[in-house]
Design a protein around this ligand. Structure first.
Ligand SMILES: Nc1ncnc2c1ncn2[C@@H]1O[C@H](COP(=O)(O)OP(=O)(O)OP(=O)(O)O)[C@@H](O)[C@H]1O
Ligand SMILES: [Mg+2]
Length: 298
């Protein structure tokens, strides 16, 4: 059974909730209960000295959506991810998650609130095994303090056993069981990407930021990824912001697409609307709409 098949089986068994096996502990309530968008990006500006990486970007992401974020190289996609996940402090504007401003919060606090991510170039501990890398993503779920850990109190053992149960399920879902004990750094790039995805998912995020998850994947693997993303969305109660150059993937899985160019938003709408937007066609190809449809959005 392939990973997407297993995701489908889980999606249709009627039992899966956002918490996977034994999961609980995040201080984030399940998203979807508050009115309004899950994520609001409001006039976000990010300057690096004289470089304006983001020049006042605004858009919303609704609960349960996959929102594609596209744009040519250097348009500010990763910079925006770094602002949302607390790696950069934006120079101006605001980012609201579940109606609450993230401005000034540490990246650890953001993870605890339910924002998970993967990285464009993969950021794993190369000398740690796959399972050790994945477990790193669960660290903020633990509620037991220093003393409880030092004394190995039952609460600590219960938390560990929940994390191990989630780990097993994710290794199974993402076809990583056979490499669970292998050093992450020795694995092919596409496999490392799946390890990063598992590490993000074990943290039980409500919002998952995926930075080019299809980078380095072959055609069949991209197809599998598309199926997987659509199938984990509901069962894991996720909302996904997806940065991708692979247009067919974005257009296939997204309910909404936002396009950036030189740090500014040039389009925002359904995939159908955005793919026809003259500014988007020009930004990518500088050609006619018809040629663009065939060349890039097929
Ligand atoms: N730490 C930084 N210091 C200085 N400039 C930066 C920094 N990070 C990003 N930039 C600049 O900000 C702009 C946006 O870069 P960013 O990496 O966000 O683009 P991107 O849309 O993710 O591109 P790609 O598709 O190639 O990944 C670029 O001009 C880049 O050089
Ligand atoms: Mg990038």
């Amino acid at each position: 059974m392939t990973a997407p098949d297993r995701a489908r089986a889980r999606a249709t068994d009627g039992k899966q909730t956002r918490r996977i096996a034994g999961g609980s502990g995040s201080d984030m309530t399940a998203p979807g209960r508050l009115d309004g968008p899950l994520l609001c990006v409001r006039d976000v500006v990010m300057r690096f000295g004289g470089v304006v990486a983001l020049g006042g970007v605004s858009f919303d992401v609704e609960h349960g959506q996959i929102c594609g974020l596209i744009g040519p190289n250097g348009s500010g996609k990763t910079t925006l991810f770094n602002c949302i996940s607390g790696i950069y402090r934006h120079s101006a504007g605001d980012i609201l998650f579940q109606g609450r401003s993230l401005t000034g919060l540490s990246r650890h606090r953001m993870a605890a609130l339910g924002i998970g991510r993967t990285f464009q170039n993969v950021a794993l501990f190369r000398r740690l095994s796959v399972q050790e890398n994945v477990l790193v993503g669960a660290h903020h779920l633990g509620r037991s303090g220093f003393t409880a850990n030092a004394l190995r109190l039952p609460v600590v053992r219960r938390e560990e056993s929940r994390a191990r149960a989630r780990l097993r399920e994710l290794l199974h879902l993402l076809d990583l069981e056979t490499v669970a004990s292998v050093d992450a750094g020795s694995l092919p790039f596409p496999t490392q990407k799946r390890v990063e995805l598992a590490r993000a998912l074990i943290g039980e995020p409500g919002l998952l930021l995926l930075d080019e998850p299809a980078g380095g994947l072959n055609h069949a693997e991209v197809d599998e990824l598309a199926v997987l993303l659509q199938r984990i969305l509901g069962p894991f109660n996720l909302t996904i912001l997806l940065v991708e150059h692979h247009m067919s993937l974005v257009m296939r899985v997204s309910q909404k697409v936002v396009a950036l160019e030189f740090g500014r938003k040039i389009a925002d709408g359904t995939p159908e609307e955005v793919r026809k937007e003259p500014e988007v066609i020009r930004a990518y190809l500088g050609e006619t709409e018809e040629e663009a449809q065939h060349a890039r959005f097929a």
